[in-house]
Design a protein around this ligand. Structure first.
Ligand SMILES: NC(=O)c1ccc[n+]([C@@H]2O[C@H](COP(=O)([O-])OP(=O)(O)OC[C@H]3O[C@@H](n4cnc5c(N)ncnc54)[C@H](OP(=O)(O)O)[C@@H]3O)[C@@H](O)[C@H]2O)c1
Length: 338
């Protein structure tokens, strides 16, 4: 299959279906998914305006890829976006293995025009938008003294402003369909982690934005959820950027960062990186995290905050008494019913 968009039929039925509740649509999706797997001949795509539409960012690898395949299997018309559609190979292979189709489109979360164009294209071609999964993100290792202000800005651009761009474009459509906005943040969105000042600042910012938005969006029937993984065995570590002053041109990135550290933090950084590497052995798989995201989509009343493992829940629990966010969102929702 090519990386080009696959157009689905959209028309009056798409308008009609918008009156269904989110969970009714999910039930239809699950039923339809069965039909798709049993009856659809290879190479023939199902044009079914009854299935809810899910847009996922950052699907070239890892969690986004796994969510896209599982969403398609669950019956969603799945729009799998990525900043470079030439990287769609792994996703398309996984989709083919699972016997599902995904609609691959370009979306670079830092480029507002590309976000606007992608969302408008999806609404035009699919008739609406029911689910957005803000997944795209990138780690950054450094610390204030070796990170440039530009390092901070770049990390905020992808991890915070990227989420803002997508959310802002998607909200009118999610509101129209009483849909769901799910954002993959991190335990690092709750607990500040050493040598992650820029990344955690961005993920904290996302959590603050989403926690504030949740009660407001709920007045319009839109559920807002943050999903907080701990370590996940994806391409994340390969993609982590390092502070400007930790770059030594070896091409080893964070793996060589401690050796390159021209500063008094080298020992602490080495310990942190060694611990992180060991921790990877206990990392969750992207599939496991994706299962949590899919549960959020199928649940009648998902909590605001979802940790994807016991270890993640324990760490977040050190910081929060209200680990699933029910107490905070319960109180703030009341402020809107004054
Ligand atoms: N892995 C972990 O340990 C871990 C833990 C907690 C939270 N998370 C969060 O989980 C999410 C997914 O990460 P992952 O673990 O699946 O890592 P990953 O395999 O590196 O996937 C990250 C995805 O984000 C995409 N991306 C990066 N910048 C983008 C941009 N400007 N526009 C659109 N897409 C962009 C990447 O695309 P390219 O292929 O083009 O780079 C890739 O598809 C991230 O938000 C991350 O912060 C990860």
């Amino acid at each position: 299959m090519s990386c080009e968009s696959i157009r689905f039929w959209s028309g009056p039925a798409a308008v009609l279906v918008n009156r269904e509740s989110f969970t009714q649509k999910v039930a239809i999706a699950v039923a339809t998914a069965t039909v798709v797997s049993v009856r659809t001949p290879p190479g023939h795509h199902v044009e079914n305006a009854l299935r809810p539409v899910a847009l996922i960012t950052g699907t070239s690898s890892g969690i986004g890829l796994a969510v896209a395949v599982k969403a398609a299997r669950a019956g969603y018309r799945t729009v799998a976006t990525m900043r470079d559609t030439a990287k769609a190979g792994d996703l398309l292979e996984a989709a083919a293995e699972a016997g599902v189709r995904v609609d691959v489109r370009r979306l670079d979360v830092v480029d507002r025009d590309s976000v606007a164009a992608a969302v408008a294209g999806v609404v035009a071609d699919h008739g609406g938008l029911d689910v957005v999964v803000n997944n795209a993100g990138q780690g950054h290792v450094g610390t204030v003294e070796v990170d440039s202000v530009e390092d901070f800005r770049r990390t905020m651009e992808v991890n915070f402003f990227g989420v803002l761009h997508v959310t802002k474009e998607a909200m009118p459509h999610l509101r129209a369909n009483r849909g769901r906005l799910v954002t993959v943040t991190s335990v690092g969105g709750v607990v500040g982690q050493p040598f992650n000042e820029a990344y955690c600042a961005a993920k904290f910012a996302v959590e603050g934005m989403m926690e504030s938005l949740a009660p407001v969006a709920a007045t319009q029937g839109v559920r807002v959820v943050v999903v907080e993984p701990g370590a996940v065995g994806s391409n994340f570590l390969e993609n982590v950027s390092v502070g400007s002053e930790l770059e030594n041109g070896s091409g080893e990135g964070w793996r060589d960062a401690a050796g390159a550290a021209p500063m008094p933090y080298a020992r602490a950084l080495r310990s942190y990186l060694e611990r992180s590497t060991v921790g990877l052995a206990r990392a969750q798989t992207p599939d496991e995290v994706a299962d949590h995201v899919l549960r959020v989509l199928s649940s009648d009343a998902p909590p605001f905050r979802v940790q994807t493992s016991d270890a993640a829940r324990r760490l977040v629990g050190l910081k929060l008494v209200d680990t699933d966010g029910a107490a905070v969102t319960g109180v703030t929702a009341q402020w809107l019913r004054w």
